[in-house]
Design a protein around this ligand. Sequence first.
Ligand code: CTP
Ligand code: ZN
Length: 151
Amino acid sequence: MKKEQSVSAIKEGTVIDHIPSNAALKVVDILDLRGIRSIISVATNLTSRTMGKKGIIKIGGKNLTKEEVDKIALIAPDATVNIIKNYDVKEKIKVAIPTTINKIIKCSNPNCITNNEKSMATKFYVIRKRPLKVRCHYCERNMDKEDISLL
Ligand code: CTP
Ligand code: ZN
């Protein structure tokens, strides 16, 4: 049986699939898709057999960097990134939370050097993946998922 396509198949580009519905628009934000001139489709609240509801993002002509894929993992840990070439899925990448996180997130300690010196990039160690818990390299503050905000 042919699966129903709620958003058209794309010829070249990237499909980010299995995004929790409530995270799909956040993924759009972190990927900074505003400057892109090709077609971008975003769908949320699609019915999924495995997730209940899911979101999906299709970006024509764009490949994601490793940093972008890692960012997606922080808010959509079960997402898959599909690289599409000539309508075929050429590669399927399961996103993974890295063991250290550089730059992407902000330290919640207002006295942390990364919040006071403009040139200091943030750096965190992942001490637990699910739910996410990280420790700041500079001030050693531990942050739980609720305290984590993206830069
Ligand atoms: N897709 C697309 N355009 C294409 C090929 C695939 O938009 N030319 C989309 C599909 O709609 C799907 C995703 O890319 O959302 C991955 O495609 P595929 O691996 O064929 O789907 P599934 O087998 O359902 O993927 P998974 O096993 O990851 O659930
Ligand atoms: Zn800190």
